[in-house]
Design a protein around this ligand. Structure first.
Ligand code: BV8
Length: 236
């Protein structure tokens, strides 16, 4: 029976692929505070600005490649059952080969009806425009969880955290809730690993194995450590 690894990732794991993080110095989008643009109020007040914000990010997300951090997590699937719970809206985990990815905050390549939230489409290309409508004739919006909106994937994510034998946190400042609250559902006996050049407050003094370094070097080390210490070699 393969041990189960749950991984919580954030913007930091995509940083070395070229996608900006939210809270590092230059911030995500020059001059705009994400928590002001990624909201239903902004969508109601200035739809063109919000569409442009996501069109720019979608264009970038379509061009970037996974880095050794994403690839190390994909390789772990050969030795363990792995579920990736990501706050990221890019598809770099999937491009790296991870087959069980749960997007807490939505996906940049998807759009949905503003009339019927069940109507979700894969967007062709990078541009969603004013006037692009769903099958029922209402404007399409990014299939993204904005600040102030509920996180429907939190339930399944909690179930995954509760049943994990090993937990890895990589590239997240653990500032955004309820995502960061996932840590409260890890069983006490479960070994926890964190990979981040600036270990987040929540992970210090909370008996994490600390890898104070970027994802591209830290996650391959965690992968090696887990295979050596937690993968039963099936002696044929
Ligand atoms: C909700 C999609 C209620 C958008 C996102 C006051 C206090 C506490 C909470 C709140 C508060 N006021 C409001 C809230 C709630 C709010 C929240 O948490 N706000 C924060 C800002 C305080 N949360 C919400 O609004 C959520 N909804 O609560 O709804 C509700 C319930 C029922 C009914 C109605 C309403 C919704 C939150 C989801 C928002 N959407 N994303 C988009 O992407 O455009 S969140 C956004 O932040 C991204 O998803 C991102 O992933 C996420 C978290 O950021 P991180 O991923 O952690 O990125 P960050 O830059 O912060 O950190 C990067 C880390 O990487 C750093 O640690 C850095 O050191 C590290 N790093 C850098 N380089 C590397 C690296 N690591 C490894 N390798 C490297 N090379």
């Amino acid at each position: 029976m393969k041990k189960k690894i749950a991984v919580l990732t954030g913007a930091g794991i995509s940083a070395e692929s070229g996608l900006k993080t939210f809270r590092d110095s230059d911030g995500l989008w020059e001059g705009h505070d994400v928590t002001k643009v990624a909201t239903p109020e902004a969508w109601a007040r200035d739809r063109a600005l919000v569409l442009e914000f996501y069109n720019q990010r979608r264009k970038q997300a379509l061009e970037v490649k996974p880095n050794p951090g994403h690839l190390a997590l994909a390789t772990l699937q050969e030795f363990f059952e792995v579920v990736i719970i990501t706050q990221n809206i890019d598809a770099l985990h999937e491009k790296a080969g991870s087959s069980n990815v749960l997007h807490l905050h939505g996906e940049i390549s998807k759009v949905r009806s503003t009339l019927d939230p069940e109507l979700i489409y894969e967007l062709e290309g990078w541009e969603l425009k004013e006037g692009d409508k769903c099958g029922k004739g209402s404007q399409l919006r990014p299939h993204i969880v904005w600040f102030g909106e509920p996180v429907p994937m939190m339930e399944p994510a909690i179930r995954e955290a509760l049943s994990a034998d090993i937990f890895i946190v990589a590239g997240t400042s653990l500032v955004v809730y309820p995502a960061a609250g996932l840590l409260d559902f890890i069983r006490p006996e479960v070994p926890k690993f964190v990979v981040d050049p600036k270990i987040p407050e929540t992970a210090t003094g909370n008996n994490f194995y600390l890898y104070e370094e970027p994802a591209s070097t830290g996650l391959p080390k965690v992968k090696e450590y887990l295979i050596k210490n937690y993968h039963e070699q099936i002696h044929t």
